[in-house]
Design a protein around this ligand. Structure first.
Ligand code: FE2
Length: 226
């Protein structure tokens, strides 16, 4: 009888320890989750960037909405593969060419990157996301045409996802369909220039491997169209 009570006490003690461990685990998870959330891009900011980017696409068709969608989708896929911040990548892709239409209209296409950075700063002013996160977002815009050494993995993903606009079959077909205000031979030359430019900007080997066959096919088609 005495032995039985002793066993009951041990079992109660074990159950108590298990309960305590379980509560501590939940608390640790909560602590981790909330601190992780602190560093995430607010959904409201992504929504605002999406609205702005597609408004600009409607106004100027540069880049066409379909090409933005292709780069955003690819950015998500690469972010998942490399375990990068998908929200930061999406934001970078949405805003990186958001001033391209305005820049083209004003005859200063080469300034679209710095113009995009200024516009992004304006948007970010309304959000309390910290200076480091703001700088990480601006870096994605600043480096989206490629640099010798990328500052962050998200910035590198933005650049590589951007290349799918002109080096993938989907991007090529969408460009022919949606870039309408160009004479045919001018459009073919432009698409060849962009395909070469983006092929050289690709830095991630698995992206280059995925696009190699598509890029070569695009080059063959363009050659035939000359
Ligand atoms: Fe650009």
């Amino acid at each position: 009888m005495k032995k039985c009570r002793k066993l009951d006490n041990i079992n109660l003690l074990k159950a108590g320890v298990a309960q305590w461990q379980s509560n501590a685990f939940v608390k640790r998870r909560r602590r981790f989750d909330s601190s992780h959330r602190l560093h995430m891009i607010p959904e409201k900011l992504i929504k605002e960037a999406r609205k702005f980017a597609f408004e600009q696409a409607r106004l100027f068709n540069a880049p066409p909405a379909r090409l933005i969608e292709i780069a955003v989708q690819k950015g998500k896929e690469i972010s998942e593969k490399l375990k990068a911040d998908a929200g930061l990548v999406e934001l970078g892709i949405l805003l990186m060419d958001s001033q391209l239409g305005v820049a083209l209209k004003e005859g200063k296409v080469n300034e679209h990157v710095s113009m995009g950075e200024i516009k992004t700063r304006e948007i970010l002013e309304k959000y309390s996301i910290g200076d480091i996160m703001k700088e990480n977002i601006l870096t994605c815009i600043r480096e989206h045409h490629g640099v010798a050494k990328f500052s962050t993995i998200e910035s590198e993903i933005c650049c590589n996802a951007d290349c799918y606009k002109f080096c993938s079959i989907g991007g090529f077909v969408a460009s022919i369909r949606y870039i309408r205000d160009m004479e045919f031979t001018e459009l073919m030359s432009y698409l060849e220039f962009k395909a070469d430019e983006k092929w050289n900007a690709l830095s991630l080997d698995f992206c280059k491997d995925e696009l190699r066959e598509q890029f070569n096919l695009i080059k063959r088609v363009l050659k035939d169209c000359k």
